[in-house]
Design a protein around this ligand. Structure first.
Ligand SMILES: Cc1cc2nc3c(=O)[nH]c(=O)nc-3n(C[C@H](O)[C@H](O)[C@H](O)COP(=O)(O)O)c2cc1C
Length: 179
């Protein structure tokens, strides 16, 4: 039986929720990134890392990219958790373009990537995050309606609100990909 571990970084809880659903489905341990020591990768055959999407970046992705030597002979699965709907191919292309800027081609071709959908609760955002979203919202309001992407429209529709698209069933393809 292969030994798997789930490690995640989550700012508001959506990625944490997916990480615990995945760990429960695989009956494997789950660690918050700050509590996981990279030397412990040696204990596992399958590493599943999850991070929230923030302005295109993946929270804590350096855990994989900076420790690739320890990981390159293992099965590595990455999941992202964002507000944009990953069933829309344009949104996935957008996430992948951003990923290609932070993850080397060597790593990208060796890992399996899944995109899961979280949510946002504006009443819980930090001041910095609230300001970032306010700036983005202002920029989107200036765009011609015809130029808005589906991601833009989703952001406008949820702006200032609390929405949660987390879906336990959406982890099924990831679970099935574990060798
Ligand atoms: C400042 C900020 C930037 C964000 N940028 C993105 C983004 O680029 N793409 C996306 O899909 N979601 C984006 N989101 C939404 C988060 O990814 C979403 O809230 C996710 O559920 C957060 O997961 P976490 O609570 O586990 O960190 C952003 C949210 C904030 C507050």
């Amino acid at each position: 039986m292969k030994k798997a571990v789930v490690v995640y970084e989550s700012k508001y809880g959506s990625t944490r929720q997916y990480a615990s659903w995945i760990a429960a489905a695989l009956s494997c341990p789950v660690y918050e990134r700050k509590n996981f020591h990279p030397a412990d990768f040696a204990l596992y055959d399958v590493i599943i890392y999850g991070g929230g999407l923030y302005a295109g970046g993946i929270s804590g992705i350096k855990l994989l990219t900076h420790n690739w030597e320890l990981l390159k002979n293992k099965q590595v699965i990455l999941f992202t958790c964002g507000l944009a709907d990953p069933t829309n191919p344009d949104n996935v292309s957008h996430i992948r373009e951003a990923m290609a800027k932070m993850i080397s081609p060597e790593i990208l071709q060796s890992i399996t990537v899944f995109h899961l959908r979280g949510g946002i609760d504006y009443s819980r955002l930090s001041l910095l995050h609230r300001m970032m979203m306010a700036m983005l919202h202002k920029m989107l309001l200036k765009k011609e309606p015809g130029d808005l992407t589906s991601e833009d429209r989703g952001l406008l529709a949820s702006y200032g609100k609390s929405v949660d698209f987390s879906d336990q069933k959406s982890i099924a393809p990831l679970i099935e990909s574990v060798l």
